[in-house]
Every structure is written in structure tokens, then in C-alpha cells.
Design a protein around this ligand. Structure first.
Ligand SMILES: [Cu+2]
Length: 152
């Protein structure tokens, strides 16, 4: 019993230098937090999807949605192309045709939840402006320019 107590005390005493070392052991933790922060920032970067994104099917042209923008905002596609909007952000968005917050009635996705998608096939040449209803006032707008394909 007495030996056990002594061991206990020894442990407490030997624990003391470990506590003094805390700033040193704290550095790797801070480093880990920095790495996590960097990963988080890179993760935000991954929200930016586009035509080359892995989530984009080979037969579609894709536009990503960040928290406040379409990426890329302006695209040009050939007639008959299906454009797929992918919401990789943490906010709900809409893909609504029209400009300056005025719908033209051509298409409207309704709310697209995070991880949600919306697609629309453009069957006629022209310039199609669209916007996100919740975020149009902070400039979340885009344009799809549809051109006649080259007959090879
Ligand atoms: Cu939005």
C-alpha cells in the first residue's frame, strides 16, 4: 500500500515536467489545426466545380455553385447541350432564367439544396441569362450562350 502511494506520488511529480512541456506539445497541435484549416480552405476551393469537375458526366457541361457565385459564370455551349448545375456549397441556390431579378419564365430550378443538381437542355441558339433568386443582389448571375454546332 505504501509503495503504491509512493508510486502515485512519483507519477504526479513526473507528470510535472510534462505539464511544463505543454507549450512544446502544443505546437504540433497548433500545426495540426493549421493543416486542418488549410484542408478546410482547399475544401472550399473544391466547391468550385466546372466543366472539368469529376462530378460532371462526360455528356454534360457543368456549372458549379459556390456560396455566392456560379462557376464558371459565363459558358458557351452548342445547341442540344444539357447544362448541369451542381451545388457543392452549403447553401441553397436556384437557377432561374431572366435578368436583374426578373424571371423570363424559360426555366427555374426551384431551391437546389447543398449537393443537389439541376439540369436544362438548351435546344435553341441564343444568349440565356440566369440568376439565383436568394443571391441575385450579391451578383450570383450567369449566362449560357448557345451556338449552332459545327457540322463536321
Ligand atoms: Cu444562390
Amino acid at each position: 500500500m505504501i509503495t503504491g502511494k509512493r508510486i502515485y506520488i512519483m507519477n504526479v511529480v513526473s507528470f510535472q515536467p510534462a505539464t511544463a512541456d505543454k507549450p512544446i506539445t502544443g505546437q504540433p497541435i497548433a500545426g495540426t489545426l493549421s493543416i486542418l484549416l488549410i484542408i478546410t480552405l482547399i475544401g472550399c476551393g473544391n466547391d468550385v466545380t466546372g466543366p472539368d469537375d469529376d462530378d460532371c458526366p462526360p455528356d454534360a457541361v457543368c456549372v458549379g455553385m459556390t456560396s455566392n457565385s456560379f462557376v464558371p459564370a459565363n459558358i458557351e455551349v452548342e445547341v442540344g447541350t444539357t447544362v448541369l448545375w451542381i451545388n457543392n456549397s452549403s447553401e441553397a441556390h436556384t437557377v432561374t432564367s431572366g435578368s436583374n431579378g426578373n424571371q423570363d419564365g424559360r426555366f427555374n430550378s426551384g431551391n437546389i439544396s447543398p449537393d443537389g443538381e439541376y439540369s436544362y437542355e438548351f435546344t435553341e441558339a441564343g444568349t440565356y441569362h440566369y440568376y439565383c433568386i436568394p443571391h441575385v443582389q450579391i451578383g450570383m448571375t450567369g449566362t449560357v450562350t448557345v451556338v449552332n454546332g459545327n457540322s463536321n
